[in-house]
Design a protein around this ligand. Structure first.
Ligand SMILES: *[C@@H]1O[C@H](CO)[C@@H](O)[C@H](O)[C@H]1NC(C)=O
Ligand SMILES: *[C@@H]1O[C@H](CO)[C@@H](O)[C@H](O)[C@H]1NC(C)=O
Ligand SMILES: *[C@@H]1O[C@H](CO)[C@@H](O)[C@H](O)[C@H]1NC(C)=O
Ligand SMILES: *[C@@H]1O[C@H](CO)[C@@H](O)[C@H](O)[C@H]1NC(C)=O
Ligand SMILES: *[C@@H]1O[C@H](CO)[C@@H](O)[C@H](O)[C@H]1NC(C)=O
Ligand SMILES: *[C@@H]1O[C@H](CO)[C@@H](O)[C@H](O)[C@H]1NC(C)=O
Ligand SMILES: *[C@@H]1O[C@H](CO)[C@@H](O)[C@H](O)[C@H]1NC(C)=O
Ligand SMILES: *[C@@H]1O[C@H](CO)[C@@H](O)[C@H](O)[C@H]1NC(C)=O
Ligand SMILES: *[C@@H]1O[C@H](CO)[C@@H](O)[C@H](O)[C@H]1NC(C)=O
Length: 596
């Protein structure tokens, strides 16, 4: 087991020509954007202070399509969300299945404007709509437009401008057509490439370099066979010549921890050095445990004039091009990897990295309401977070639920909140969750239930802990049995700290304590990460957060969440190799309960 503090990585600036990457390289860590960031697309914009911007898919998560900005490709600030208002695309609310929603954006910049070309996909209604978002200010949620809509021939729309200003869109398959980004009008689609294998041609991107049109695509399907291939042509409509050394990038058939490398994009930095971003699973070759789902990896590329590009294979710690460290990025969003230290102070707003499954009912979340300073007030929904789905393609019945989350962005982490909750009706519940989707989640709730230690038909109600995991049961994904435990009477009527800890790469553990005595905790349940890996959530990744529900009962008691904390402890960067998340020498396996 390697235990290399991250700070050390920064010091490992290596002047090297040995691997062809020279002269100035540095050790870098993957995933570059840890936690769920599927289908990444990046663009370098010299006109905006030499900043690189990346976007990723969000499916049902809102706000949707995060835009990150970085000058050193290590420190990524959350700049905005292209989809931040329900009114931008009202049909989003028709989403049913757990994999409906926003699929695979392409982020590009042209003549002062940023564009996100993406599809909304509804698997149950069999509806696919193309959406072109634009803005001149990628640091402002509000400045993103209500997207121009069009009817695409397939998913994964690209966006490319030729030198004459004409815009083109390639889509999965690979089809090409002209596109007017201001109206959404399309030219006729032409099949330009059938791929090197013909299997699952997805995520196409076009680039023009040295007189060639280069087409980059994913092949093999997004899973253990995922790969990146290329073809090129001197004419945009083809014929495209397949590169003889395809695939240009893959980890398939290897024992690498980083698997499912594909759905890539290419860009260069201020020094003219090339990079590729790609999605990856941190799963190892078994492909069983990857609760963070699809994350964004970066790898350096050498692309000489008239030649095909050469990609370095994706590793957890690898050499990349040197760029001077910079946190000097506009905006007030957190940097990826920042811990959450959120106290819901009066006049604060919901942090920008917090997220909801579908659009939230805004009335269910209030910061520091009268009489409850430094809390987040939750109004319970009648639906539970698991209720409403019939099967995983049928999705859900449209009832909203109260649930607010952030991405799991570290292999090992600790998350906790303090909960003030005085329920009166049976089945009122507030809890913490590891949530992949409505089918797969692991929950520790505080719930009002009849006491079992008394007799008679009218047992009094009392506050209990309830541990309840939901999943798609199989031998490999064993869902632990639910249980209930009464809350110790001395803890009642004071805030209770609920905690989730990934203390190993394979399991989550749940704890509770009186928040005044956090060291005196109860261990309340453990569940394997396999149940929040894949299944009905093959394209997404896990989140952690809090929910409030009356479990379809009569209660309406509000709860008050305070002291929201998330801290990364360690990142797994190779099979069983862990690196401390924050560069400290702390032993990340030591008992941190109540300390952070
Ligand atoms: C962008 O990078 C180039 C190459 O390093 C440099 O010449 C230029 O001054 C930079 N621009 C800004 C605004 O920093
Ligand atoms: C941005 O989108 C709006 C529609 O929301 C469109 O009218 C406008 O022309 C687009 N701007 C650019 C520069 O493409
Ligand atoms: C792709 O395959 C189809 C079906 O085999 C064929 O008709 C078409 O000509 C091929 N297109 C290209 C660009 O190779
Ligand atoms: C990967 O490809 C091989 C060979 O085509 C096939 O047998 C296997 O089922 C594929 N695996 C996955 C996970 O798609
Ligand atoms: C930060 O970036 C701005 C441009 O966005 C630049 O004007 C300023 O000098 C930079 N500050 C530092 C400390 O580099
Ligand atoms: C919140 O903002 C309002 C309006 O700016 C101000 O009057 C009030 O004092 C602020 N409250 C706190 C607790 O900062
Ligand atoms: C799941 O839902 C889909 C869509 O409504 C339906 O076609 C399918 O038959 C359902 N499957 C099961 C096992 O109920
Ligand atoms: C009470 O006992 C029943 C039967 O054993 C069990 O199903 C239920 O979960 C228990 N409830 C509580 C609150 O302990
Ligand atoms: C409840 O009452 C029944 C019948 O009076 C008795 O058999 C049982 O032991 C009692 N249980 C408890 C937990 O007191």
């Amino acid at each position: 087991m390697i235990r290399l503090p991250q700070a050390l990585l920064g010091l490992l600036l290596i002047v090297s020509t040995a691997c062809g990457l020279g002269p100035q390289t540095q050790m870098r860590q993957n995933p570059a954007l840890p936690g769920w960031h599927s289908d990444p697309s990046c663009v370098f914009v010299p006109e905006r202070d030499n900043t690189t911007f990346c976007a990723s898919s969000t499916f049902l998560l809102t706000p949707g399509i995060p835009i990150y900005a970085s000058k050193d490709l290590s420190n990524w600030r959350l700049a905005s969300h292209a989809l931040s208002r329900e009114s931008q695309y009202p049909d989003f609310k028709l989403s049913l299945a757990q994999t409906d929603g926003i699929w695979a954006p392409t982020l590009r910049y042209n003549r002062g404007t940023f564009y996100v070309n993406v599809v909304y996909k509804n698997n149950v209604l069999d509806k696919v709509t193309g959406l072109i978002f634009n803005t001149t200010d990628p640091f402002s949620d509000d400045s993103w437009n209500a997207p121009v809509q069009y009817k695409p021939v397939s998913i994964d729309p690209d966006l490319f401008w030729d030198d004459d200003g004409q815009a083109y869109m390639a889509t999965a398959g690979t089809n090409l057509q002209t596109l007017d980004v201001t109206s959404g009008s399309l030219g006729e689609a032409t099949r330009i490439w059938n791929g090197s294998t013909g299997n699952f041609l997805e995520g196409p991107h076009l680039y023009k370099k040295d007189g060639f049109y280069y087409l980059l695509t994913a092949e093999g399907g997004s899973g253990l066979n995922h790969s990146v291939t290329m073809a090129r042509s001197e004419n945009i409509w083809g014929p495209y010549q397949s590169y003889e050394n395809n695939p240009v990038l893959t980890n398939r058939g290897s024992s690498e921890y980083f698997q499912n490398i594909g759905h890539a994009d290419l860009f260069h930095d201020a020094n003219g050095n090339w990079w590729s971003c790609a999605l990856t699973w941190r799963s190892g070759p078994d492909g069983q445990i990857y609760p963070m789902g699809r994350e964004m990896a970066l790898t350096p590329v050498i692309w000489k004039e008239n030649e095909w590009p050469s990609f370095a294979p994706v590793r957890g710690v690898q050499k990349g091009w040197y760029l001077p460290p910079s946190h000097n990025i506009t905006g007030d969003g957190p940097f990826a990897g920042d811990p959450d230290v959120v106290d819901f102070e009066s006049n604060s707003t919901i942090p920008r990295n917090f997220a909801f499954w579908r659009w939230p009912n805004k009335n269910s979340y209030a910061i520091s309401p009268p009489g409850h300073p430094a809390t987040l007030q939750l109004t319970p929904s009648s639906a539970t977070i698991t209720a409403g789905y019939k099967n995983y393609s049928a999705g859900y019945d449209g009832r909203e639920f109260t649930l607010i989350m952030r991405r799991q962005s570290d292999t090992l982490f600790q998350y906790s909140v303090d909960v003030s909750f005085e329920p009166t009706a049976q089945n009122e519940e507030v809890g913490v969750t590891v949530f992949l989707n409505q089918v797969q989640n692991i929950n520790l709730g505080l719930v009002m239930l009849p006491r079992n230690d008394t007799n008679g038909t009218h047992s009094p109600l009392a506050l209990h802990f309830r541990f309840l995991a939901s999943g798609i049961q199989s031998n490999a994904k064993k869902v632990p049995a639910p249980f209930v435990v009464p809350v110790p009477t001395s803890w009642l009527h004071h805030p209770i700290r609920l905690m989730i800890r990934a203390e190993s790469e394979t399991h989550y553990s749940f704890f509770a304590a009186a928040s005044s005595r956090p060291w005196d905790y109860l261990r309340l349940g453990k569940a394997p990460a396999t149940i929040v890996s894949g299944g009905a959530g093959p394209f997404t990744g896990s989140l952690v957060g809090v929910y409030a529900t009356n479990n379809n009962g009569k209660g309406s008691t509000k709860s008050y969440i305070s002291r929201w904390r998330y801290s990364g402890l360690a990142q797994e960067v190779g099979n069983r190799d862990l690196i401390s998340s924050h560069g400290s020498e702390l032993d990340f396996r030591r008992n941190l309960i109540g300390v952070h």
